[in-house]
Design a protein around this ligand. Structure first.
Ligand code: NAD
Length: 443
């Protein structure tokens, strides 16, 4: 969604708020001890999703203000105050001294906030644990994009930060926004009521062209690996996790369980794919009751495209997601998903779940409702890491192995700077060390 669209949304919400106030309703007071109801916002990671999340946050009801931004690449910060200002006017106050450049500037951006304010974390996921920890330690509420860490020790840091957030009353929202999708919510309620009987099998598909990106001329290896984090496991977890963590999370939500083990396959359609990337993935996750989730990732250009999830139960089947743009959830009386067999379809409006997740988060802050998605985010991250470990290693990997794994992909991410050597280096053949099932150990 473009800023201008958010602006229209914001104006519409502003009108609604004004009429609600005139009608005798008033927003909950006391967000800050000082009595100022404006929630200040800082953005760390000013790329596509970070700016999108900031636009979502600035489109919520009630007074909010974007007061600080941080990034490691200058071009991401150029003109950012003007761009946000044009769309959100008085909701943006970004003087040059609050536009921060550098690896340690997440601290400076968060230090601009008061306890009870909000930081939006949308860098490559390798930095998420340290950024979340710092925000929670300062009493700042967190919106964090998925994935949440790139290895098990990092995921345990997220778990620990979520536990501390519970103790401190800090709220955490996570970027697994499909759980706030109205259509999926209505379907899951029907599943819980037994409409499909026992769930026997869930199939997830995220298949579309992604060929990987090459370094720019003159770009350092570290800058390349951070800019193209999908291609490098240490920075972005891997392309399967980045794309399919949504499918896995939604499937496990539908099943109401996390998997106990996984086996999988991965491969490269050609030898010169950039980074560590495989571009073909298949996983079979097993749940404790012996049923399965199978997930498919296919990225070579020219292949069939599909972004859908299907559920198969003892009394019928369901579409959990139809396409990227809309869930279009529906239920069928048997396994043949044809219109004659359809028994239910969600027919309400499907508001943008990216906006809904921010609306709920800010509402929870203003009303001081319990809100901590950090624990579930960590579990979805472990489930995804389980898939990566199974495919790369060519072994059956268990939930216990992945949650207890001590393997760190970066020795000391907290100290990373432009002087740090890129965590993976090309071999003599010019290629990065891609996974070889049967040889690679990644848990
Ligand atoms: N929920 C969703 O559907 C969804 C959609 C897209 C992206 N994402 C997630 O959002 C995150 C960002 O993705 P994106 O597409 O915006 O990528 P992006 O490359 O456009 O943006 C990432 C930004 O972070 C900056 N950055 C890198 N390291 C940093 C550091 N240490 N400190 C501060 N800034 C740093 C980069 O310079 C860049 O501006 C990823 O984790 C991605 O998986 C989620």
């Amino acid at each position: 969604m473009r800023f201008s669209e958010h602006r229209r949304d914001f104006l519409a919400r502003g009108t609604l708020l004004a009429s609600a106030t005139l009608g005798g309703l008033s927003p909950t007071r006391g967000v800050h001890a000082a009595g100022d109801e404006t929630i200040q916002i800082a953005l760390v990671g000013c790329g596509g999703r970070g700016c999108g999340a900031a636009a979502n946050a600035l489109s919520t009801t009630g007074p909010v203000k974007l007061v600080a931004v941080a990034d490691i690449f200058e071009n991401r910060l150029e003109g950012i105050a003007q761009r946000f200002g044009e769309s959100f006017n008085e909701r943006v106050e970004l003087p040059p001294e609050r536009v921060f450049l550098g690896f340690d500037t997440y601290r400076k951006a968060i230090d601009c906030l008061r306890p009870g304010d909000v930081v939006l974390l949308a860098t490559p996921p390798v930095f998420r644990p340290l950024h979340v920890e710092y925000a929670v330690s300062k009493g700042v509420h967190v919106f964090m994009e998925k994935p949440f860490a790139t290895d098990s020790p990092g995921t345990r840091r997220i778990q620990a930060a979520a536990k501390l957030a519970d103790a401190k009353g800090v709220k955490i929202a996570c970027g697994l926004m499909w759980r706030h999708c109205k259509a999926r919510g209505a379907l899951v309620e029907r599943l819980r009521n037994g409409e499909l009987g026992e769930i026997m099998h869930i199939r997830g598909f995220r298949m579309h062209s992604f060929a990987g990106r090459q370094p720019n001329p003159g770009e350092s290896e570290l800058a390349y690996q951070l800019r193209c984090f999908h291609e490098f496991d240490w920075a972005g977890a891997n392309v399967f996790i980045d794309f399919c963590i949504h499918n896995i999370d939604c499937a496990c939500w539908a099943k109401d369980a996390w998997p106990v083990s996984c086996i999988g396959l991965c491969g490269r359609s050609k030898p010169d794919i950039p980074g560590l990337m495989c571009d073909t993935y298949y996983h079979e996750f097993t749940f404790a009751d012996g049923t399965h989730l199978t997930s498919h990732g296919l990225y070579p250009p020219g292949c069939f495209s599909m972004y859908s999830d299907f559920i198969h139960g003892t009394r019928g089947s369901a579409v959990l997601m139809d396409s990227l743009s809309a869930a279009k959830c529906r239920i069928y009386k048997n396994q043949l998903m044809i219109p004659e067999n359809q028994t239910w379809a969600f027919d309400g409006p499907e508001p943008n779940p990216y906006q809904v997740e921010h609306d709920l988060f800010f509402e929870a802050i203003r009303k001081n409702l319990p809100y901590n998605e950090g624990h579930r985010a960590a579990e979805a991250n472990f489930a995804s890491l389980l898939g990566r470990a199974a495919t790369y290693s060519g072994q059956i990997v268990t939930w216990d192995q992945i949650t207890q794994s001590e393997l760190k992909l970066v020795p000391d991410i907290d100290q990373m700077s432009w002087e740090t050597k890129a965590p993976v280096q090309r071999g003599a053949d010019g290629a990065w060390p891609y996974p070889i099932p049967g040889q690679t150990v990644i848990f």
